[in-house]
Design a protein around this ligand. Structure first.
Ligand code: GLU
Length: 550
């Protein structure tokens, strides 16, 4: 076969040589051990949690080692692409604050290893496909869909492996004249890689997540260029990750099945493959069956990244939770370092589990409560207001009417060793502090069972006359104790426990009556702080209102 003639027939338009292309991508000048990672999503308009899970691994590996984390858009499949798909990707990642150092961005491309959109790289792939054709490592295949379907039927009948290999590789050794004739007729064709592999042989692979393994060699002549001259994932991955200098490819474990193809292509091109980290699937416990299963786009809204912002999960909570799934020692580290930023955690692929990660939304909420409890009142204010601006404009108007007022409410119980953990989602803010806004104050005056309404009425009206918004906590409790005693309630819980028959209840019941009147509920943040923020006038009005309602 005259490979030179074949290459000219297939790629008459190409002028660049592989050497010229390679010269456009100089080796990166980076410190020893620096890792180059990338996120390579397709602009399908749907970003899922798995994308973020993988991106967090990429980002940590790169930035922890002084390397580079870049964004490449894999837009070779025009059928799956949607308008605005790239913007969806950029928005999702900027919402989670994962900074790309290079690649596609909202302002265009940055970096010298581009173009970073595969659709702009057609010529580059073709130059390397041509090189393989010249070396007899690739060839055109003119099989029609029908012929391939027929081949499959025969293989099924004969109980043989499916695919385009060995004796089924119909165009592998066709004479040049046949190819010329097919081209002359304008028959569409793909370019296939000529596999030297055998399913009798194994290749060793040492995965950063899955560990050491042996995978069966690939014997299929896979398509590297589709009939429109655009590469398949396999070919684009190998060319791009080589040229762009990726040192670690983090991707879903569904790609493990075709890893032998990728390793083969790297070898055929004379290049060293990158390291691979194949991440486990995100699983969940099915609510109905109780069985473990993959998260599904159809059944599980929480698979979509957009879900988290809509529901009001702060981005740092989601990242923190993903880290608990990614590294088995993270939670222990967090307990020892409650105030450190997430980036201070020494992330390692060695601590990643090779089997499925179990996603649990209740656990996410718990993690989120902790994350929010460590935020400053100002951060909570800013983020909750930003969320409400989009999702609850009337509440936003109230929250931001007097920012200092809202911030002072959010500051209650914050900052100490044991901060309050009432808020997991921004949607929790409204039920948590609605009682502080008269417009939203809908009191529930249900009293503790042992306190008759008449007692509550007189406790409230007496307290109203004594109330001083500037009381110290001690002075306030002294008043509660005195009121308790006057009404036949034990001034100390201890006393009540010793002889319950002597009392109608204890001081806790008395302060509960006050709490219910002021906050309209039994569960509320520190009453003293609440009363101080509400101010004397509003507290008195609420005490009167409750007394009248009883
Ligand atoms: N476009 C591929 C995907 O979204 C990229 C896989 C990879 O990272 O290599 O699954």
């Amino acid at each position: 076969m005259d490979y030179h003639a074949l290459a000219q027939l297939l790629f008459p338009h190409l002028t660049a040589s592989p050497e010229e292309i390679l010269a456009r991508y100089p080796a990166r000048q980076l410190p020893e051990g620096a890792r180059i990672t990338r996120m390579a999503p397709s602009p399908t308009g749907f970003m899922h949690l798995g994308n973020l899970y993988g991106a967090l691994v990429d980002e940590r590996l790169a930035h922890q080692s002084g390397g580079v984390f870049y964004l490449r858009i894999e837009d070779t499949d025009k059928k799956r692409e949607v308008a605005g798909g790239v913007a969806t990707i950029l928005d999702a990642f900027s919402a989670f604050g994962l900074p790309f150092d290079e690649g596609v961005s909202a302002q265009g491309e940055t970096g010298i290893y581009g173009p970073y959109r595969q659709s702009l790289r057609a010529e580059i792939y073709q130059v390397f496909a041509k090189k393989l054709v010249l070396e007899g490592q690739a060839y055109p295949c003119f099989c029609t869909e029908d012929e391939l379907a027929q081949m499959r039927a025969t293989q099924e009948q004969r109980k043989e492996n499916f695919g385009y290999y060995g004796k089924y590789a119909l165009w592998r050794d066709r004479p040049l004249a046949d190819i010329q004739a097919a081209l002359a007729k304008g028959t569409p064709y793909v370019v296939r890689f000529r596999s030297q592999g055998s399913i009798e042989r194994k290749v060793r692979h040492d995965d950063l997540v899955k560990g050491k393994m042996e995978v069966t060699e690939n014997d299929q002549d896979v398509v590297i260029l589709k009939s429109d001259g655009i590469p398949t994932y396999h070919f684009a991955h190998v060319i791009d990750d080589h040229l762009m200098g990726t040192t670690v490819v983090v991707r879903g474990e569904e790609w493990l099945a075709t890893l032998p193809v990728h390793l083969q292509l790297f070898r055929a091109l004379g290049w060293k493959p990158p390291k691979y980290a194949h991440t486990a699937q995100l699983m969940k416990i099915d609510e109905e069956t109780g069985a473990k299963r993959k998260l599904s786009k159809r059944k599980d809204p929480e698979l979509a990244l957009s879900f988290y912002a809509q529901q009001g999960y702060p981005a740092p909570s989601v990242l923190e939770y993903l880290m608990t799934l990614l590294n088995s020692n993270f939670e222990e580290w967090r307990r020892a370092n409650p105030d450190q930023p997430l980036d201070a955690f020494p992330f390692s692929t060695k601590k990643m589990s090779g089997s499925g990660a179990l996603f649990d939304i209740d656990k996410l909420k718990d993690v989120s409560k902790n994350v929010i409890s460590r935020m400053s009142a100002d951060t909570v204010y800013t983020q909750a207001a930003a969320w409400a601006a989009v999702n609850d404009p009337p509440f936003h108007a109230l929250l931001t009417r007097d920012p200092d007022y809202t911030r002072s409410i959010l500051a209650i119980g914050r900052g100490g060793k044991k901060p309050r953990k009432d808020i997991a989602l921004w949607t929790d803010i409204k039920p948590y502090l609605d009682f502080m806004f008269d417009e939203l104050f809908l009191p529930d005056n249900t009293l503790p069972a042992n306190v008759p309404a008449a007692d509550a009425k007189s406790i409230l009206s007496e307290f109203e006359t004594q109330f001083d918004e500037n009381d110290t906590p001690d002075a306030f409790f002294a008043k509660m104790k005195a009121l308790a005693e006057q009404h036949g309630y034990a001034p100390e819980t201890k006393l009540y426990k010793q002889s319950p028959e002597q009392y109608r209840g204890h001081v806790g019941d008395v302060s509960m009556v006050v709490r219910i009147a002021v906050t309209g509920r039994q569960n509320a943040p520190d009453l003293q702080s609440v009363m101080h923020i509400l101010g004397a006038e509003r507290v008195r009005a609420r005490l009167r209102r409750a007394a009248n309602a009883l």
